[in-house]
Write a protein that binds this ligand. Structure first.
Ligand SMILES: N[C@@H](CCC(=O)N[C@@H](CS)C(=O)NCC(=O)O)C(=O)O
Length: 214
């Protein structure tokens, strides 16, 4: 059985793994790493089970006794297992570019989370809201305008699941200075969030796991 290791957070890096398997009723072990265990992992590389995370990071998955890291790689693995990826090389590349864009967007937001100086943090958030996020959202909206599908690639895939949770985080209101309306000017992208969010299995997952809609 696949084991997924991450903190007890609905962050997209882990939710794309968990939800793609859950949607298809594929059993997996959902290992939630505590804060102390995570700090230990960053320092030493060791997971709570004594095995090593290759890059001292999370998420990782464990399959046949092997630990694999890097969100894109393991999202594809889970997507292949759950048939939410594609056998077609071009479609697979289109899915990959969305997962990599989710990583790029995370990498522009994360420094503002780590920023200790409150004034600079809020200045950086203004740049995010007025410039950087709209730029990324426009690129994604353009991709969604290329054909008739409401999804990034024909049917729902790990690309849509990753983007659903990334957008859910960015519009949740928990990041000070980023308004819940930040994606409102991008209707096709907003619809991806809506479509995945209202999927019955996704609703079931959120209620079962977090006791509420997130
Ligand atoms: N390139 C990695 C980055 C993963 C990552 O940054 N994970 C964070 C948690 S969300 C982490 O482990 N941070 C600790 C560290 O990098 O030292 C991936 O795509 O999975």
């Amino acid at each position: 059985m696949i084991k997924i290791y991450y903190s007890h957070l609905p962050f997209w890096r882990a939710e794309v793994l968990r939800v793609s398997l859950f949607i298809r009723d594929i059993p997996f072990e959902d290992v939630r790493v505590s804060r102390e265990e995570f700090i230990h992992l960053i320092k030493t590389g060791f997971l709570p089970n004594g095995k090593k995370s290759p890059f001292h990071q999370l998420p990782v998955i464990e399959v046949e006794d092997k630990i694999i890291g890097q969100t894109g790689a393991i999202a594809r693995y889970c997507g292949k297992v759950s048939n939410l990826y594609s056998d077609d090389m071009l479609k697979a590349a289109k899915i990959d570019q969305i997962i990599d864009a989710a990583t790029d967007i995370t990498n522009v937001v994360s420094p503002t989370i780590r920023e200790k100086d409150q004034e600079k943090k809020m200045e950086d958030r203004k740049v995010l809201v007025n410039k950087l996020l709209p730029r990324w959202f426009k690129y994604l909206e353009n991709l969604l305008s290329e054909d008739d599908s409401i999804w990034f690639v024909e049917t729902m895939t790990i690309a849509d699941i990753a983007m659903w949770r990334l957008l859910g985080w960015l519009t949740s209101g928990i990041i000070d200075g980023i308004p819940t309306s930040v994606v409102d000017d991008f209707p096709k992208l907003k619809n991806i969030h809506h479509q995945v969010h209202t999927h019955p299995k996704v609703q079931e997952w959120m209620l079962k796991t977090y006791g509420k809609e997130i």
